[in-house]
Design a protein around this ligand. Structure first.
Ligand SMILES: O=C(O)CCC(=O)C(=O)O
Length: 249
């Protein structure tokens, strides 16, 4: 189905996010999910007792190789159009990872995924320096710990708005998504992960598009195998240009 990318851009500006429904091929996302299982198992064999996103919730950096990598995720005309209209030409990716609440995860604190651009003006309202893109590897039901978002909070004073959310002045909306759906969001839009009460882990893929001038320390990114990078389109080479290349693979 054709996407009205200008409408998506407007939605991100107005409410902080948009969802492209049924946008990524289901088979590609299912193949990603199949490869994610063993990676998560290996990660958990060492880290299960040290959850890094709250109880039974893990952020796991991922290697960019098929089938975790698929061109429909990163060489996507609509995603590219939306990102470019908001962040300008030359936006690049600095992150490829996953967020997974497992059984018995709990509500996270309400938060933004981004520090301040200008410490001296914490409440300065400005356009986004980066956009996050998430796509679920399983259908996200109310029981599987949906991402909850407080719409239109991305340009409001953070501390005060978190208090308003806590007292129920601003609602938190659970985003129910199916495999193939794609969330593009301003990471300042206040949100939290909710509890997964099922035996089915709920991984979502995580990537971030950055304005050309914006950088942050990343210690978790896996180098991209040379053989994978060499098969990228020109646009993918451009977007992954700041990743380290592993020349041995
Ligand atoms: O995946 C989720 O439900 C939310 C994850 C999140 O916001 C975080 O860990 O910072």
């Amino acid at each position: 189905m054709a996407i009205d990318t200008s409408a998506c851009v407007q939605q991100i500006r107005d409410i902080g996010y948009c969802i492209l429904r049924g946008h990524f091929p289901v088979e590609a996302v299912e193949a990603f999910h199949g490869a994610f299982g063993p990676i998560a198992d290996e990660y958990l064999s060492e880290n299960a007792e040290q959850p890094n996103r709250g109880p039974n919730r893990h952020y796991i950096a991922l290697p960019l190789r098929p089938p975790l990598y698929h061109p429909s995720f990163f060489d996507n005309d609509d995603v590219h159009a939306i990102v470019t209209e908001i962040l300008g030409e030359g936006a690049y990716i600095d992150q490829f990872a996953s967020d997974t609440p497992f059984k018995d995860s709990v509500h996270q604190e309400i938060h933004s995924d981004l520090g301040l651009l200008f410490d001296e003006e914490p409440d300065l309202s400005h356009p986004p320096a980066l956009l996050a893109m998430n796509w679920p590897l399983v259908d996200v039901t109310p029981e599987r710990g949906p991402f909850q978002v407080a719409e239109a909070t991305h340009r409001l004073p953070k501390a005060e708005t978190i208090e308003r959310i806590k007292v129920g002045d601003v609602p938190l909306k659970p985003l129910l998504m199916d495999v193939g759906d794609v969330l593009i969001r301003d990471p300042r839009c206040l949100h939290r992960g909710s509890p997964n009460v099922t035996d089915t882990p709920r991984p979502v893929a995580v990537t971030s598009f950055m304005r050309t001038w914006y950088t942050r320390e990343r210690v978790d990114a896996h180098p991209i195998p040379r053989s994978v990078f060499d098969n990228f389109s020109d646009r993918e080479r451009q977007v992954f240009r700041r990743f380290v290349i592993d020349e041995s693979k």
